[in-house]
Design a protein around this ligand. Structure first.
Ligand code: GA4
Length: 336
């Protein structure tokens, strides 16, 4: 028999679950070797079909990844009282179970940072680690390595789509005012709760990312799922040595819907293993206009979206629930 303490039962009652499924890993996720001469074509195909792909031969030193992972694991091992000193997230800082400002919850705890050094002080950095300088330099090394990777991918996309200049997308992330952020997620094991419910707990509910592109790395645990074009959820086979790339809402708009912003979610693992993921969300400067690129538009093709700036989109996103179709508010209806 499973005996649960009252706090565990209480926390379970507001976390969503999905019907238990045996984890069968989807074998169709595109794997792009950046050294492959066909990589550019394969990336564009993956962005159109899935909005998601895996990158190998990415050039990010594994040491940069593992050193940050160790620090992250150490942070999440601290007592709840210690971790709470770095919260609540507004939106940056430490958060547990609550995601965003509108009542979403998941079986997850996290640290959310801006990658803009000017905003760092807001997030009471000093409490993130016993050695905040070391922690911060590891985050910085990691973020600059994955930003370079994201920019490389965006430039390959621009080449393949014949968009000039080739930094049309990547400049948004390289701009010193780029509104990018970085998230460390920890999904603690929850075998008791899953056994009790006979269902899978939701770690991070389904959503799309509002930015341009996201780069995800996780330890060797399952849990990440993506939604295919037909709405089927499939499990992404974990690979701690590779990076997964998401197409985000803003890139969907800039390509006038040719690329798909991928809907994804994380189910809490059934095993005793913790899932730790690190995600870089590459965003544009706040004042940037997000609109389909004219060079991509065919004759007579109209924009599917009303015009907006990243600042307007972000503001609107923060008023929504996680699972909402945020871009829906900016879609043009017939005749508009
Ligand atoms: C989803 C992508 C990123 O994790 C994030 C999330 C943000 C948050 O956790 O504060 C949001 C979510 C994300 C979109 C809708 C709003 C805002 C939670 C939420 C309910 C950091 C982001 O930029 O948007």
């Amino acid at each position: 028999m499973v005996v649960l303490s009252q706090p565990a039962v209480d926390s379970f009652s507001f976390i969503k679950t999905v019907k238990k499924q045996a984890t069968t890993h989807f074998t169709g996720i595109p794997v792009i070797d950046l050294f492959d001469p066909c990589a550019k074509t394969l990336i564009v195909e993956a962005c159109q079909e899935f909005g998601f792909f895996k990158v190998v031969n990415h050039g990010v030193p594994m040491e940069v990844v593992s050193r940050l992972e160790t620090e992250a694991v150490n942070f999440f091992k601290l007592s709840q009282a210690e971790k709470d000193k770095a919260g609540p997230p507004n939106p940056f800082g430490y958060g547990s179970k609550r995601i965003g400002p509108n009542g979403d919850v998941g079986w997850v705890e996290y640290l959310l940072f801006s990658t803009n050094p000017e905003l760092i002080s807001q997030s009471s950095l000093s409490s993130f680690s016993r050695n905040p300088q070391v922690f911060w330099s590891l985050v910085n090394n990691y973020v600059s390595a994955v930003r370079n990777l994201a920019c490389e991918v965006l430039e390959m996309i621009a080449d393949e789509l014949k968009i000039k200049p080739r930094n049309t997308f990547s400049r948004l992330l390289k701009d010193e005012k780029s509104d990018s952020c970085f998230r460390l997620n920890h999904y603690p094991p929850c075998p008791e709760l899953q056994a009790l419910s006979g269902r899978n707990l939701i770690g991070f509910g389904e959503h799309t990312d509002p930015q341009v592109i996201s780069v995800v790395r996780s330890n060797n645990t399952s849990g990440l799922q993506i939604s295919l074009k037909d709405g089927t959820w499939v499990s992404v086979p974990p690979d701690q040595y590779s990076f997964f790339i998401n197409v985000d809402d803003s890139l969907q708009v800039m390509t006038n819907g040719r690329f798909r912003s991928v809907r994804h979610r994380v189910l809490a693992d059934e095993s005793l293993k913790s899932r730790v993921s690190m995600i870089y969300f590459g965003g544009p400067p706040l004042s940037e206009k997000i609109a389909p690129l004219s060079s991509l538009m065919e004759e007579g093709e109209e924009s599917l979206y009303k015009e907006f700036t990243w600042c307007e989109y972000k503001k609107s996103a923060y008023k929504t629930r996680l699972g909402e179709n945020r871009l829906g508010l900016f879609e043009k209806t017939a005749g508009q």
